[in-house]
Design a binder for this molecule. Sequence first.
Ligand code: ATP
Ligand code: MG
Length: 336
Amino acid sequence: MAKQRVLSGIQPTGNLHLGNYLGAIRNWVEGQSQYENFFCVVDLHAITAPHNPATLAADTYAIAAIYLACGIDLQHAHIFVQSHVPAHSELTWLLNCITPLNWLEDMIQFKEKAVRQGENVNVGLLDYPVLMAADILLYQADKVPVGEDQKQHLELTRDIAARFNHQFCKDKSPTFKLPEPLIRAAGARVMSLTDGTRKMSKSDPSDLSRINVLDAPEQIQSKIKRCKTDPVRGLEFDNPERPECNNLLTLYMLMSGKTKAEVTTECQDMGWGQFKPLLTETTISALQPIQDKYNDIMADKGYLESVLRQGQEAAAAIANQTLNQAKSALGYALPL
Ligand code: ATP
Ligand code: MG
């Protein structure tokens, strides 16, 4: 039986942080041999907020190199750049024309990010989830491994696909497969270091709010030293009144590979003065091999380019086929 297909991506905006690693990439790596995988660097999404043209290309390569450094295996996965496959933009337009405006206005991420853009919000920010739907539907993906914050966009993707199939595929087989989210409980929502009630984000203006996968040991040490805690002695999971405590213990659990029960016992009598150096050491040593591998990959740009070229070819072959099916369903005269 053919393997199920997985599609996921990360924006090349700013630094890839522990939320992206624990919520997304780590799960891609763990599940990769079971699936046929497509992992993209979603550079079209990256311009939905103000971006820096001088760094976009370099950031795009860096994210692809981090995928490889974290253990994405090219035997199981294709890595490509979203803008290298124009079908993503074209299908977005087609889907725009069948997506009700109020579905997009209801999206939590839009509401949150719109506040930061002020009064004159980009159309692109509103349209972000339709582009994401196009990304996924083009590959007829079965599973989409993401963090908790993307769950609502996945539901919207299913709604858009179902609406399209219902409106345009009445007497024929459906154009789009409805994808399922793949969200692992642990690490699905890593919180900010400066506010345990907000998710860790690339777009948070403060770099102190996150630990980046490529941070130097001194940066990690200083961020953990300065991160928000509480005055209570003894550390515990799952106390809603102590969101920072739950977040930092979860980070320690995931970065050390220990179980929740082991961490509960180890840390229950600790104060922050004892715990913070432990979390610092554990994080630095868990990230070291990824950083070493990243530096090796970045030293060989030709290799990275060949990976992305091969990824683009494999992705475009599938994406163009789906795009043509969508256009046929809509009644377009296809190019001869
Ligand atoms: P931005 O703030 O610009 O939206 P981001 O930090 O949310 O950036 P994305 O590129 O939007 O990063 O998301 C990439 C992947 O990382 C998605 O699967 C998303 O669900 C996941 N992710 C993002 N933040 C977290 C987090 N704090 N915890 C767990 N997963 C996360
Ligand atoms: Mg995001």
